[in-house]
Design a protein around this ligand. Structure first.
Ligand code: F6P
Length: 554
């Protein structure tokens, strides 16, 4: 039996026990003191890879904790697991599939076998098919029902068939090609459909129905609505192939829906939805930024893949980020992790990472079905700086929870404006500095005294003004948000999530919890519309159904 089917229990490893002791010994660990004691701390705990610079010196670690975390990874056979991931072993054991998103960024000539078949020729065939489509659209050769060239592309998809493409096309806006605008339609909420189509003209709009399964309710309902809309705007049934293409691993269902065979771009079972932006699911990205830039994105991810495969754990960016997450979650009682990009174009990065991380590592049993004996994936949240500083950062500074944060910032802005970028960069750094240094009670008192306040007032205010500090963070610096750097950044987080799943012994590539909601959704819809006899399964749901039925007006 492969070791991933009978995972080791991390909590039973010698390194885990040693980390427990280490944690106790670090009760009084102070980041301020650690920096004062070691002038090399920044150099010691920072590294460069894939055009990304990671400063992880503001973490609650010393040489021994880092060494023990690396030992834990070794004891959990992480090296072997990484090799299996890249080689296509069926690590998604509950669905008996590999998770080969890394194959999507490999160069021509590489070989990756799935069930004895080299998948690389298919991968590059689809890239060529994408290139042809992008060229036809960019050159105005793809025409709508009235022979006008396509000007707008709407990606209909949800989850991984939406978040990754949206993030990348939004983040790489400075690379946008003129002539075609990309839009996203994800939710089943009719308001989204109405607001979007109100801006569009069917004659010049192409819809990409993007669904690995071609069975996702929201996507299929929106695709049907789009078809009705195109027909209502004057197209005939025989024109529909000019307005609909699909990306799916379920060709049959796409054909049954009415997509022309030649308009279906394949993807594969061995690519997970939340890891699929590198496949034809990335078509809206390629349409937005051009195929050359899309390939740069792939090459940046490939660079990170090579780093992940070959760098020693103590110098391996995804491994270090993954281990730090385990350290805080399982030893410091931390339950969430903030993603704080200081870049307008990366403002929705946390949405993609939420699915990537929480759908992957929101698990409670290990690969063999036994319950985990430690905490698993954290809540991922966050948002763009500086905006967050005036909203939720307060809780990071003075709340009762320990919330590690990743600050992400480019050195160069595509839109320089006076000294705004220097201020943005400075704010990013000063936030992580404030989290780390805080303000001691004595410092708060001294400040208040310097303002000439009476001692009684000083004592009244000081507890409110003292800030504990010692709150950990990573800072990731990119030279600029380019296709290549962004590719590396996203791949970094994919691998971080994988590292953690190996430590916890869980399957990062299935998502059975999501399925229950889908099943119950159908059942509740049946009750709501009177198609399902009898009352709903529980009194609350039944009460809410009755409330709706008594008042519903459309
Ligand atoms: O319901 C969750 C999910 O299965 C995600 O994992 C996936 O990315 C999303 O739905 C969309 O699935 P599909 O591409 O098959 O429509």
């Amino acid at each position: 039996m492969h070791h991933y089917l009978k995972p080791l229990d991390a909590t039973q490893q010698p390194a885990w026990q040693a980390l427990r002791t280490q944690r106790e010994q670090m009760q009084a660990f102070s980041l301020r003191e650690a920096f004062a004691a070691d002038p090399q701390r920044f150099q010691r705990y920072s590294l460069n890879s894939g055009g990304l610079f990671l400063d992880y010196s503001k973490n609650l670690i010393d040489a021994r904790s880092q060494q023990l975390l690396v030992e834990l990874a070794e004891q959990m056979n992480l090296r072997q697991a990484i090799e299996q991931l890249f080689a296509g072993a069926p690590l998604n054991a509950s669905e008996n599939r590999p998770a080969l998103h890394t194959a999507l960024r490999r160069p021509i000539g590489d070989r990756v076998l799935v069930d004895g078949v080299d998948v690389m020729p298919q991968v590059h065939r689809v890239l060529a098919q994408m290139t042809e489509l992008v060229q036809r659209i960019h050159n105005g050769l793809w025409r709508g029902f009235s022979e006008k060239p396509i000007t707008d592309v709407v990606n209909i998809g949800i989850g991984g068939s939406f978040l990754g493409p949206q993030l990348v096309s939004e983040a790489l806006l400075p690379f946008a090609q003129r002539g075609v605008r990309c839009h996203y339609l994800a939710n089943i909420d009719g308001s989204e459909f109405h607001e979007l189509t109100a801006e569009l003209c069917a004659e010049t709009t192409l819809f990409i129905v993007s669904s690995k399964s071609f069975g996702t309710l929201e996507t299929l309902k929106n695709a049907q609505a789009a078809r009705r809309w195109v027909l209502a705007q004057g197209a005939r049934e025989s024109d529909l192939h000019r307005h609909f293409i699909a990306v799916s691993s379920n060709r049959q269902a796409a054909v049954a829906f009415g997509i022309a065979e030649e308009n279906i771009f394949p993807m594969w079972d061995w690519v997970g939805g939340r890891y699929s932006l590198w496949s034809a699911i990335g078509l809206p990205i390629a349409l937005a930024i051009g195929m050359g830039n899309f390939k740069e994105l792939l090459s940046g991810a490939y660079e990170m893949d090579q780093h992940f495969l070959s760098a020693p754990f103590a110098e391996n960016m995804p491994v270090l980020l993954g281990l730090l997450g385990v350290w805080y979650g399982d030893f410091w009682d931390s339950h969430s992790h903030a993603i704080l990009p200081y870049d307008h174009h990366l403002r929705n990065f946390n949405q993609h990472l939420q699915q990537l991380d929480m759908e992957s590592n929101g698990k409670r049993v290990r690969q063999d079905g036994s319950p985990v004996s430690c905490g698993t994936g954290p809540v991922i949240w966050g948002g763009v700086g500086c905006n967050g500083q005036h909203a939720y950062h307060q809780l990071l500074h003075q709340g009762t929870q320990l919330i590690p944060a990743d600050f992400i910032v480019p050195v160069t802005s595509y839109n320089p404006l006076a000294d705004h970028h220097q201020w943005l960069y400075a704010n990013c750094l000063s936030q992580s500095q404030a989290l780390m240094c805080g303000k001691t009670r004595a410092e708060a008192e001294a400040e208040l005294r310097a303002q000439g306040l009476a001692e009684e007032e000083v004592q009244r205010l000081a507890p409110h003004k003292a800030i504990p500090g010692n709150r950990p963070s990573n800072t990731l610096v990119l030279e600029r948000v380019s296709p290549q750097r962004l590719g590396a950044l996203i791949a970094l987080y994919e691998h971080k999530v994988f590292v953690q799943s190996v430590i916890w012994g869980i399957n990062a590539f299935d998502q059975w919890g999501v399925e229950l909601g889908k099943e119950l959704g159908k059942n509740v819809y049946g009750h709501l519309t009177g198609q399902e006899p009898g009352p709903a399964k529980d009194g609350s749901t039944q009460g809410l159904i009755e409330f709706f039925r008594a008042r519903h007006r459309g």
